[in-house]
Design a protein around this ligand. Structure first.
Ligand SMILES: [Ca+2]
Ligand SMILES: [Ca+2]
Ligand SMILES: [Ca+2]
Length: 219
């Protein structure tokens, strides 16, 4: 952790990490200090259709690991950098719980601007996100009892690709949905055993196929 602190103090930028041992997900770019943590800007939708929807639940699914599940604050601006608060448009949602939604029909002009959002997360999220992140590893499929991605099995199947001292794991489906958002129940989801989803514990008696990231502090 001391290395982490040093790099944080030196640069304030998490994306500057590199490590020979572990492959870092280059899509994760977080910035902040030890007391706050802000994500990058996200512009997923545009104002075509009903409006411009930058909904937290969608963004969590599309960009797994880049946003904390329960942000403390949201910032919204147009893609050209104008704060949403001075555009005089009306918004359906503009909060850290739901995210952001602008409905075209609610606007005087009949159309929303194109907005982007970013979130403030607890500093613990930055610390976790500043860890080494392996590639997504998938050693099992949900046939038979379920989808079991145990740490011992992953170590055996992907030698050298798991960090030496994992501090946590994250599971996402093969289509990129965070495990937390699938509504499924897990027998295990921790760094001691690893991840296990049992088919008969699910309402539809079938688990999704999950892949697992291993997270480790960069040393
Ligand atoms: Ca739209
Ligand atoms: Ca947008
Ligand atoms: Ca799997």
């Amino acid at each position: 952790i001391s290395t982490l602190m040093k790099v944080l103090n030196a640069s304030g930028l998490f994306s500057s990490f590199s490590s020979e041992d572990c492959q870092i997900d280059s899509h994760v770019h977080l910035s902040g200090t030890l007391h706050q943590c802000r994500t990058r800007w996200f512009d997923h939708d545009d104002p075509s259709g009903h409006g411009d929807y930058e909904v937290l639940g969608d963004l969590l699914s599309i960009y797994p690991g880049e946003i904390c599940p329960r942000p403390m604050a949201i910032e919204v601006q147009t893609v050209s950098g104008e704060p949403a608060s001075i555009t005089s448009q009306t918004f359906l949602n503009y909060d850290a719980t739901h995210g952001f939604a602008c409905v075209n029909a609610d606007q005087v002009s009949g159309s929303c601007e194109d907005y982007r959002v970013r979130f403030t997360c607890p500093k613990e999220f930055c610390e976790v996100s500043a860890q080494c992140r392996t590639q997504r590893l998938n050693s099992d499929s949900p046939s038979e009892e379920g989808d079991v991605e145990s740490i011992p099995q992953l170590l055996k199947t992907f030698p050298g690709q798991i960090c030496g001292n994992p501090v946590s794991i994250e599971a996402v489906t093969t289509s990129g949905i965070s495990a937390e958002l699938t509504g499924e129940t897990f027998l295990s989801y921790d760094v001691t055993f690893g991840f296990a989803c049992i088919n008969e514990h699910q309402r539809r008696e079938q688990c999704e196929d999950y892949q697992v990231y291993c997270l480790d502090y960069i040393s």
